[in-house]
Write a protein that binds this ligand. Sequence first.
Ligand code: GAR
Length: 224
Amino acid sequence: MLSIGVLISGSGSNLQAIIDKVEQGVLDVEIKVVISNNPQAYGLTRAQQYGIPAVVVEHQKFSERKDFEQELINVLEQKGVQIVVLAGFMRVLTSFFVGHYPNKILNIHPALLPSFPGVAAQKQAVEYGAKLAGCTVHFVDEKMDHGPIIIQAALPVLPSDDAKTLSAKILHWEHRIYPQAISWLAQDRIEIVNRQVVIKDAPSSFVDQNSPVLISPGLEPSFV
Ligand code: GAR
């Protein structure tokens, strides 16, 4: 079974979505550890509730970024983690860390990359006047919010939306596409050709008429 480590900084609702799918028996991974750079992160409590080791590695305690990242690597290696899942982890990881895990780090970003990388992506989308927003699960490479894209969900930005309402709508779909992407990885169904991600037997696009969303590739029924 695939061993994953989840890195968080805050609420950990994506972590919860992953835990839920593991608990339901539809996501075949073992969460070996949850690491937060923020000791106040609620996601740590979520992990503890399920008996998952929860570790704080505070970035402020390290004068060099490399030392912080080395400590993350130490914990991940000690727990036998194969795949690193960034779930609202709000520290940029340098090539030192990324180089340790080539094509073995996943990230979720609350925008349709390559639009709106960086912080407060939902606010960026609203202020820019984008008509479509969404979320992206991608592999992490040396450049921020840049690696090969696994799955994206697109949804409309309504005239009544502000950053808060849009964030909530995007988060709803984050909770579906992230466990799905991890599941494909766990099933060894993902291949990267140049920067194109090929999913073996990819489902066709998912469209939800009730809350308009387009997800490509599609979602398998247990992840909807
Ligand atoms: C999510 O919206 C995630 O996409 C975003 O932070 C939130 C974390 O929520 N990540 C980024 O902006 C990374 N650049 P959560 O802690 O409830 O999962």
